[in-house]
Design a protein around this ligand. Structure first.
Ligand code: 5GP
Ligand code: ZN
Length: 113
């Protein structure tokens, strides 16, 4: 997906502050952090949103969740964090390459709606 900004980050065509990478996933800092820790974990394969997930994505998405939890601990979210997958128009998704937001920090986050 050449027009997809996150595919371009995976391909190294756009810079990002990468934290972790393996064969399935890439994790990097959000460009506009909404919390002291704001990481995005994405599958390397282009999946537009969580609504398009199928069984063949289980390995990548399982890895994404394991990596999200580990990086949260390593990046200073010892007392917890929030993992969010905005999906579609109603979910206020802006980038249509599936991503897990990991939000946290030393202090409790503001409540969600
Ligand atoms: P969404 O609303 O789709 O769940 O969130 C997309 C997120 O991607 C936003 O938090 C936004 O700041 C982040 N983002 C958009 N473009 C870029 C980019 O080029 N680099 C990085 N690191 N983050 C981006
Ligand atoms: Zn993509």
């Amino acid at each position: 997906m050449s027009g997809c900004i996150f595919c371009r980050i995976v391909a190294g065509e756009i810079p990002a502050r990468k934290i972790f990478e393996d064969e399935h996933v890439l994790a990097f800092h959000d460009i506009q952090p909404q919390a002291p820790v704001h990481i995005l974990v994405i599958p390397k394969v282009h999946i537009p949103s969580m609504a398009e997930l199928v069984a063949e994505h289980e390995a990548a998405m399982g890895r994404a969740m394991v990596v999200a939890g580990r990086l949260a601990r390593e990046q200073g979210c010892a007392d917890g964090f929030r993992a969010i997958v905005n999906t579609g128009r109603v979910g206020l998704q802006e980038v249509y390459h599936l991503h897990v937001h990991v939000l946290g920090g030393p202090d409790p986050l503001p409540p969600m709606l």
